[in-house]
Design a protein around this ligand. Structure first.
Ligand code: THU
Length: 132
């Protein structure tokens, strides 16, 4: 699948965003190593801390389907700047695929691409726990 197609899917799922508080819609699509695709949008809550990011929703959907190895993620927002994954979502992705390619697209369709290892250098991981 092309980068553009993955971004188009993220733009599609972004429309389902439930974001009445921030009014900031985000869509995320994760492509698994076997080529399967899972999507998520941000889901806000009146108790703000219970809000779920689009990336977390996509990862939750993929892991729930038994997928644990990811190749690429596309993230779109309505903004005129790139929406980079928040720190918590970087950590969530890192658990499964520390080198996943992350595409961040703006509303005008332009996008930038980074390896997660560049976005989250020296990540904390299970090896450091020494008991896994
Ligand atoms: N948001 C995401 O969905 N992903 C990110 O990486 C950054 C923030 C959402 C959460 C909230 O609904 C809104 O954007 C504003 O923070």
């Amino acid at each position: 699948m092309t980068d553009r197609k993955l971004i188009d899917l993220a733009t599609e799922v972004m429309e389902n965003s439930y974001s009445p508080y921030s009014r900031f819609k985000v869509g995320a699509v994760v492509e698994c190593s076997d080529g399967s695709i899972f999507m998520g949008c941000n889901i806000e809550n009146a108790a703000f801390g219970a809000t779920m990011c689009a990336e977390a929703a996509a990862i939750a959907s993929a892991v729930s389907a038994g997928k644990r190895s990811f190749k690429r993620m596309a993230i779109t927002s309505e903004g005129s700047v790139y929406c980079f994954p928040c720190g918590s979502c970087r950590q969530l992705l890192s658990e499964f695929s520390p080198d996943i390619e992350v595409l961040c697209a703006r509303a005008d369709g332009r996008y930038v691409s980074y390896s997660l290892s560049a976005l989250l250098p020296m990540a904390f991981n299970k090896e450091q726990m020494g008991n896994t």
